[in-house]
Design a protein around this ligand. Structure first.
Ligand SMILES: NC(=O)c1ccc[n+]([C@@H]2O[C@H](COP(=O)([O-])OP(=O)(O)OC[C@H]3O[C@@H](n4cnc5c(N)ncnc54)[C@H](O)[C@@H]3O)[C@@H](O)[C@H]2O)c1
Length: 390
């Protein structure tokens, strides 16, 4: 039994180099990087002692690695992931799992084909380590909130500049990225939503394409979600607003939870709202409430915690924080919001992945957009990690 996991990283850009620096600095126990791969050779030169590859397939077949971390632009998550799984490697894939639902299904099918117990297959949903969301999820699952009635998430603090969009030829084009804020920044929030509240049954969304930046994909979205128990949701996001807001408000039978500015408050109905409404004889009264500040500190271990969990799952069989198969749900939510906006109608879930894939191909084929690129000022791994902690 091996005592270390030999990891290969493909895509040594912003995120890949951040993971690489953290692992090389010894922040992840029993994980070592034994190979790195990028199509741009310059990206590898900072680490001359680690084996270099210019082609993912060669690294996958090199015998130098047990596990692969995929940090390329999203379309390649599918092709590289399918190849690595078929070759018997453990795989950790950056969010989003893939660009669209049909590609997620292809990637998951590649894992399903493997003999069981098989390789570890995980996704980098680092915000699942944030104790605010862990707490809310456990309160929902434990029945503390009762039935959920309304979910509102305003997540407009994903501000990104023109320099950001110009920093990669693939960014915010249908062909290169396959989406905008819903495909790049919001997979975190959409994953947390499905992780905490389950999937809605209907989505109606209003996305604006290139509203605040010179891009062709969506950078501002307001979506309405309908859940099977009658609950409603509103999800608002953009990369074009500063300072922006990150406020999650949940109204349930037992009261209201608000997560904002690192605080979590619970205004608790002493009597559940529907029961109170049914049983009181007073026309204008309302349930007595208790104001509770739920003590939650920090944002959790984020990316490094997921890397450690992936390593522990390989070596000790530890349960995964984010099994990759669950990554299809956030992709489906984002796809449904784009499709609803384009077709100007409500989308029923589960959505037909083939319909969305066709729609995306049409957008690519009809695109007349000319992408401008420019080198952005380099961000340190620390700056980068900070900008992604919510
Ligand atoms: N979990 C998070 O918080 C988080 C944050 C940022 C980015 N990401 C994800 O990481 C991925 C990469 O994003 P980024 O911002 O680092 O992009 P980036 O453009 O900075 O880096 C991508 C790198 O991949 C290389 N590359 C492209 N195609 C390749 C291929 N086929 N084989 C090998 N190398 C290839 C590029 O040369 C580049 O160096 C995206 O899927 C993104 O969603 C996750």
């Amino acid at each position: 039994m091996s005592t270390q996991v030999r990891l290969g990283i493909v895509g040594i850009g912003n995120m890949g180099s951040c993971h690489l620096d953290n692992i090389v600095a010894g922040k992840i126990g029993r994980l070592q990087v034994t190979a790195i791969c990028d199509v741009v050779a310059d990206k590898l030169k900072k680490h001359p002692t680690i084996a270099h590859f210019g082609d993912a397939g060669q690294m996958i077949r090199s015998g130098a690695i047990d596990a692969l971390l995929i940090c390329t632009p999203h379309y390649d998550h599918t092709t590289i992931g399918v190849d690595a799984l078929a070759q018997g490697l453990h795989v950790l894939v950056e969010k989003p799992l893939s660009v669209h639902k049909a590609d997620c299904a292809r990637l998951i099918a590649a894992w399903d084909k493997r003999p069981k117990p098989s390789q570890v297959f995980a996704a980098m949903f680092n915000q699942r380590t944030d104790p605010h969301y862990i707490k809310l999820r456990s309160m929902i699952r434990g029945g503390e909130l009762g039935e959920i009635r309304r979910i509102n998430w305003i997540i407009t603090d994903w501000f990104r500049t023109e320099a950001y969009y110009a920093s990669g030829g693939w960014r915010a084009t249908w062909k290169g990225e396959g989406g905008g804020v819903l495909t790049n920044q919001c997979p975190h929030n959409l994953d947390l939503m499905q992780w905490m509240f389950g999937m809605p049954t209907k989505v109606r969304a209003f996305a604006k394409f290139g509203a605040w930046h010179g891009i062709e994909t969506e950078d501002a979205v307001t979506a309405y979600l309908d859940y099977a128990n009658g609950a409603s949701g509103v999800f608002v996001t953009t990369t074009g607003e500063a300072p922006g807001t990150n406020r999650l408000e949940v109204a349930a039978e037992r009261g209201k939870i608000v997560i904002e500015d690192g605080k979590m408050t619970f205004t608790r109905n002493v009597t559940p709202m529907s029961e109170f409404s049914r049983t009181t004889t007073a026309a204008f009264s309302r349930p007595e409430v208790w104001h509770i500040d739920i003590p939650v500190h920090g944002h959790g271990g984020q990316h490094n915690e997921v890397l450690q969990n992936f390593t522990d799952a390989i070596l000790d069989g530890k349960e995964l924080i984010a099994p990759a198969q669950e990554g299809i749900h956030s992709v489906e939510l984002g796809n449904a919001m784009i499709l609803s906006s384009l077709l100007e109608r409500t989308i029923d879930l589960p959505m037909d992945g083939a319909v969305y894939e066709q729609q995306l191909k049409k957008l690519i084929a009809e695109s007349k957009f000319e992408k401008k690129t420019a080198k952005a000022a380099a961000a340190s791994a620390e700056d980068f990690a900070k900008s992604n902690k919510k």
